[in-house]
Design a binder for this molecule. Structure first.
Ligand code: ZN
Length: 213
């Protein structure tokens, strides 16, 4: 259905097993994903699932929104991991999401969209807005130049300030911290090569190997 033309009459009510209790329409094919949050997180009373353009662009590009770039996002959500792809509306998608549910309030779904949860509907909705806002800013920063990551020291200060902003992180704890300027440094075992540089290295290795045999 076109979500812009929905009216309250189109909504359905189900129980926690997904069995329809009222409403004329059929239950969404993605109901299992919603129920997963309600079952695993007693603190959650609303789940918001959408396919916002820019955030979904990151999910399609195989990129988590996990960089320490904006204090507001770090305080509110920590980071937004990317859940591996599974067919929408199938048990495989729920299985892919499940390990993240106790630890995160917002997830990107590879080649699909995003899902957020919260203690009430407005919070879940604002978290979805935050994801899209963050995705747009990340994209703008990458277009403008090199986004500057915050350090792990700065991230630790923001995490410590969460209670001051009345942010209750997921009770499961154990979320990965966002990628910081120093965590990026320590994991910089990666090198970038152009296709021709890589080709030259392979050619050279093959030549040495042939010379040896
Ligand atoms: Zn969807």
């Amino acid at each position: 259905m076109n979500k812009g033309t929905l009216s309250p009459d189109d909504l359905v009510i189900t129980n926690l097993d997904g069995r329809q209790l009222s409403g004329e329409r059929k239950v969404s094919s993605e109901v299992a994903m919603h129920l997963l949050f309600y079952r695993m997180r007693p603190d959650v009373h609303a789940v918001c699932h959408a396919h916002p353009t820019t955030a979904t662009g990151f999910a399609v590009a195989g990129r988590a929104l996990d960089q320490a770039l904006l204090p507001e996002v770090i305080v509110g959500l920590g980071q937004i991991p990317l859940v591996r792809y599974a067919t929408p509306g199938t048990p495989e998608l729920s299985a892919a999401i499940e390990p993240y549910v106790p630890h995160y309030d917002a997830l990107l779904l590879a080649n699909h969209g995003a899902v957020t949860c919260g203690p009430d509907l407005l919070t879940a909705f604002f978290r979805m807005e935050t994801i899209e806002h963050f995705a747009k800013i990340t994209l703008a920063a990458e277009t403008a130049g090199d986004p500057r990551l915050l350090s792990s020291r700065e991230v630790a200060k923001l995490m410590a300030a969460r209670s001051r902003y009345y942010v209750a992180p997921p009770p499961g704890g154990g979320a990965e911290l966002p990628v910081t300027s120093d965590s990026a440094d320590s994991s910089s075992e990666h090198v970038s090569l152009t296709r021709s540089e890589l080709g030259a290295l392979i050619d050279e290795a093959v030549r040495k190997d042939r010379a040896r045999s």
